[in-house]
Unconditional design. Structure first.
Length: 324
């Protein structure tokens, strides 16, 4: 028995090369950690640290100049509940959130569908589709400031392009002071936001539609499906993820809208607070009134509002996907 068992013992002897693998794995983790460490440090310094400072300052009465900030707890947040101007800003942002993303996505989907499936046979796009994509995408090449200034000239009540066209075609009664009337100012700003964003999402949806196998659309045409039915039953469900991303991003834009309102509107934020938005209230409170602690509370409220919106939008889409 001892003679028979010796080869087995010799064959089983060279078993443990495991430490080498562990060393290689440890070296791999060390390389990854070393490569990511500088980026993580920069992220902590320039991203996480400002957020933490804003959360702390929202609990103080710091005026932006004094070296000391007195801790006031949640008094700043309690003041927000009674600040009529900030409540008007929330109302305007919510109105933008309800209308602007839906209008931008709807127009972008319509234009993308026409470009990709608007041909006479229903299988191909319209002639000159690339040209239309370039033309509609052009506003994305302009900065927000340039867009705001250009549309400010277009909305000018005396010599602006819009009123000039209306008067030229005999519709003088429709000429308005677009940015000076409380009932029209926010809608005028919203129209600019939609105009500047439609081109990007048209190109995004157009690329997504182009990636859908053409056999699916051909089968729908053979079955006698109309254009609307094809869009509702085939195109839109297959673009659900793209629409979700667009809705979340546009919702965040709608909850900000600071730059356009700051440049285009009278006041800014007027008339009578009709175009006031949370970002503008925050900016004015901090840099005009010197109430940085109170402005930080506005920023924290805006942060959590945006976070809740994104979570609800993503969660709602996940639930629809699970039900499907």
């Amino acid at each position: 028995m001892s003679v028979l068992t010796r080869p087995v013992e010799r064959a089983a002897a060279p078993a443990p090369p495991a430490p080498r693998k562990r060393r290689k794995l440890n070296r791999g983790y060390g390389f990854v950690i070393g490569a990511l460490a500088p980026a993580l440090v920069l992220h902590l310094i320039f991203i996480v640290s400002p957020y933490a400072q804003a959360f702390y300052l929202s609990l103080t009465d710091w005026n932006g100049v004094a070296g000391k900030a007195n801790f006031v707890g949640f008094d700043n947040f309690a003041r927000l509940a009674g600040d009529s101007l900030f409540l008007d800003a929330i109302k305007n942002n919510l109105l933008l959130l309800l209308l602007m993303p839906a209008a931008t996505i709807g127009i972008g989907l319509f234009l993308a569908t026409m470009i990709q499936r608007g041909g006479e046979d229903g299988r191909s796009g319209v002639r000159g589709a690339r040209f239309y994509e370039i033309v509609f995408f052009f506003p994305q090449m302009l900065s927000v400031a340039i867009v705001a200034v250009l549309w400010g000239f277009a909305y000018n009540p005396n010599n602006g392009l819009i009123n000039g066209v209306l008067r030229a075609i005999g519709l003088d009664g429709l000429a308005r002071s677009w940015l000076a009337e409380p009932g029209l100012a926010l809608l005028a700003v919203m129209a600019v936001m939609i105009w500047s964003g439609v081109g990007f999402y048209m190109v995004l949806f157009s690329a997504a539609i182009d990636a859908i196998p053409k056999e699916i659309f051909e089968a729908a045409l053979i079955d006698g499906s109309t254009g609307w039915t094809t869009f509702r039953r085939i195109t839109l469900p297959l673009l659900r993820d793209n629409v979700q991303v667009a809705f979340v991003y546009l919702g965040m834009v709608a909850l900000d809208a600071f730059a356009l309102v700051q440049i285009m509107t009278v006041g800014p934020g007027g008339p009578d607070g009709s175009t006031e938005v949370m970002g503008l209230s925050l900016y004015r409170t901090a840099f005009e009134y010197g109430k940085f602690g109170y402005a930080s509370a506005m920023g924290v409220a805006l942060f959590f509002g945006t976070l809740v919106f994104a979570l609800v939008a993503l969660r709602g889409n996940k639930n629809r996907t699970e039900l499907a």
